[in-house]
Design a binder for this molecule. Structure first.
Ligand code: PEP
Length: 250
């Protein structure tokens, strides 16, 4: 049995005071859930968010980081800087970062190593565009991304990566993948991990992301290879994200 994993990707939303208000409400409403519950605020709110979650089961993740430990990389933040704040995880390779900021699989492979070395749990995002799906290339895209992004980490670390399958056409569009599409892609990702380590494949958490809402989270996460969700829009409202956590553990 894999423990459900729910992560709230706030993207570039919420100031410090808005983040604190959300977390106060959210923690109050959240039932004791046998699940990993992770919130990913923007960089500016990470420190206050870690403080707001002290004594609760909610953990804080960043949305990105640089692969180097320090140096002349204006505007960037390192893994060590995040872990010193009490941040425990980091989203890597979100499609918006791949699309708008030129994030490459080669850089991601190095970022995974730096994240682990600093004690951060990587939440690696992969997924195909609409054109790639229409061309029948979904499996090839997932294979390329998973093989390249996990290339630099040893098999002993594979089970500790959290992998989010996020079809780009479903992110922020209101178009959710069907349960069959989500299951098929997550099962394929598990097979790719199994090709390196069958034990890691049994343990690794694979999430679905793309217009997940309280009304569809339960059936998506009930799929045998879907272990949770990476939630964008619906995670900005505390009651909706609580409902998604509840649906995942029901
Ligand atoms: C995301 O940002 O990772 C995401 C899945 O967004 P949304 O839930 O809004 O589609």
């Amino acid at each position: 049995m894999r423990r459900p994993y729910l992560a709230a990707n706030w993207k570039m939303n919420k100031t410090v005071s808005e983040a604190e208000a959300f977390l106060g409400d959210f923690i109050q409403q959240l039932p004791d859930a046998d699940a990993d519950v992770v919130v990913c605020p923007p960089f500016t709110a990470l420190g206050p968010a870690v403080e707001a979650c002290e004594g609760s089961q909610v953990r804080i993740a960043a949305q990105n980081m640089h692969e180097a430990g320090s140096g002349a990389f204006t505007g960037e933040v390192s893994a060590q800087m995040l872990s010193e704040l009490g941040v425990s995880a980091v989203v890597l390779g979100h499609s918006e970062r791949r699309q708008y900021f030129g994030e490459t699989d080669e850089a991601l492979a190095r970022k995974l190593v730096s994240a682990f070395d600093a004690g951060l749990e990587p939440i690696l995002c992969v997924g195909e565009s609409e054109a790639e799906r229409d061309a029948g290339d979904t499996a090839a895209v997932l294979t390329r991304q998973i093989e390249a992004d996990l290339a630099e980490i040893g098999n002993d670390r594979l089970a500790s990566v959290v992998i989010a399958y996020e079809p780009i056409w479903a992110i922020g569009t209101g178009r959710t993948a069907t349960t069959e599409q989500a299951q098929e892609a997550c099962a394929q990702i598990r097979e790719l991990v199994a090709a390196r380590s069958p034990e890691a494949a049994e343990a690794v958490r694979i999430l679905y992301g793309g217009s997940m809402k309280p009304g569809n989270a339960g059936e998506l996460i009930a799929q045998p290879d879907v272990d949770g969700g990476l939630v964008g829009g619906a995670s900005l409202d505390p009651a909706d994200f609580v409902a998604i956590v509840e649906a995942a553990v029901a």
